[in-house]
Design a protein around this ligand. Structure first.
Ligand SMILES: [Fe+2]
Ligand SMILES: [Fe+2]
Length: 445
């Protein structure tokens, strides 16, 4: 799918017109009065404050707990108040404070005004929405939350798909999936705000800030922990490659390539995370093999190759020892399996091999072909693609080869000819740190 600016701008225009029509209709149906002014200003300040607790997730999305407040505002003040509040938050928060690009602010303004308005209409048209004293009240609250989350994710998936030239279903699967259901836990939190506001008025916003902070804090700790895992694994593999000039950044590049192909082939965010770890660690089993084989500046003999061929099984064992890498272990073990059954260590065939292992197998070979070796120069991109096609269906999986060929052709798979800045920087730091102690000397590549 190619980028389509005309479709993107048409989508934004249609969305903006729909937002203007919906908000106008809501305000005419339920006009705001002078009594609404103070609550509007207080909620505006509160939500903008909450918006500063954005956390970027590793999959690129944002965790914003403010949706719980909008649903409470819908119940307390109605959809027109909520839609206007959301529009003001975006104009002030996104446009003036965060100074996000105009096109993003316009999209958010239009899309989220629609989302808030529609969720409000759904909530108020459902039974029990006015009965705060009954647990049945949670039914319209839950439905409104699901409408709010799923509609905002659908509209965002479409705009990302159009602006990046990626299939909308792929965007949905990679970034959101069933995550919209997680908003269900926000429904009781909204109810808590509604109860406390109904009883105590505006000062309840301060009370509500405490559970909101706890949720934000635990989410941030989880994201920080995931990032620390990833950085540790990246530093480990870079350290292992630091002594071998011909494989500098190899694992890092394989991981990058694998993610590119995995996204295009529709893998989920969780599968992509395992694939990235497996790409970084796929050759870690070489640590158990002597340097005179791993770093031999010539082609290996049959006996040497047999010793080296143990590295996927050893690597799989090492990786399986780390619980957070459970899913990556089998990808590491099978990264040298081939569709024709001639691979190792288990001689698996065709569909017995997972998609992730097929992807790693191709990315590993692509990086090896396009890197210099002591006994041959790097192949050009065209030569590399020709080699991959020559072994389509035998050494490499047909789906993966076809996707690779298409993406190289349209420029969406860029072959990194040398380790890029991030990998080189990590290597430089590690080398400097090891300089006086010889820590990295003799490490397997
Ligand atoms: Fe390998
Ligand atoms: Fe490799």
């Amino acid at each position: 799918m190619k980028r389509n600016p005309v479709a993107l701008y048409s989508y934004l225009v249609v969305l903006s017109l729909c937002a203007i029509a919906l908000v106008t209709w809501l305000v005419m149906d339920q006009p705001l009065t002078g009594q609404d002014l103070i609550p509007l200003v207080c909620f505006l300040v509160f939500v903008i404050g909450v918006e500063f607790f954005d956390i970027k997730t590793l999959s690129g999305g944002y965790f914003v707990p403010s949706s719980t407040i909008y649903l409470a505002v819908i119940a307390l003040f109605g959809p027109s108040f909520a839609a206007i509040l959301h529009a003001l938050v975006l104009v002030i928060g996104d446009g003036l404070i965060k100074r996000r690009p105009l096109i993003k602010t316009v999209f958010n303004l239009a899309a989220l005004s629609i989302v808030t308005g529609v969720a409000g209409l759904v909530f108020h048209r459902m039974p029990f929405s006015n009965d705060l004293s009954s647990p049945l009240y949670l039914i319209p609250a839950l439905v409104a939350h699901i409408v709010f989350s799923s509609l905002s994710m659908v509209l965002a998936s479409i705009v990302i798909g159009l602006s990046e030239g990626v299939n909308v279903r792929t965007i949905w699967k990679n970034n959101y999936g069933w995550h919209f259901l997680s908003s269900i836990v926000a429904a009781p939190l909204s109810a808590f705000l509604i109860f406390s506001y109904s009883y105590a008025g505006l000062w309840s916003l301060l009370l509500f800030a405490m559970p909101l902070y706890s949720i934000w804090r635990s989410h941030k700790l989880f994201e920080d922990m995931k990032e620390a895992h990833k950085n540790t694994v990246a530093a480990l593999t870079t350290a292992l490659e630091a002594d071998e000039p011909y494989t500098h950044g190899h694992s890092y590049r394989v991981a990058r390539y694998a993610i590119t192909l995995g996204q295009e082939l529709g893998m989920s965010a969780k599968e992509l995370e395992s694939l990235e770890y497996a790409g970084l660690l796929h050759d870690i089993g070489k640590i158990a093999i002597t340097n005179d084989i791993v770093c031999k500046p010539a082609r290996l003999t049959k006996e040497e190759f047999d010793i080296l061929a143990a590295h996927p099984a050893i690597g799989g064992e090492i990786v399986s020892e780390m619980r957070f890498l459970d899913d990556a272990a089998s990808l590491v073990r099978h990264h040298h399996e081939r569709p024709d059954g001639q691979g190792y260590p288990d001689g698996l065939k065709g569909d017995e091999i997972s998609l992730g292992s097929h992807i790693l197998n191709l990315c590993d070979a692509v990086d090896a072909m396009t890197s210099n070796r002591p006994y041959r120069a790097a192949l050009s991109v065209d030569q590399c693609v020709a080699e991959v096609l020559r072994f389509r269906g035998t050494q490499f999986d047909t789906r993966v080869v076809d996707t690779f060929e298409r993406m190289v052709g349209d420029g969406s798979f860029v072959i990194i000819e040398h380790a890029d800045g991030s990998a080189q920087q990590i290597q430089r730091v590690l080398r400097e740190a090891a300089g006086g102690f010889g820590v990295l000397r003799g490490t397997a590549a």
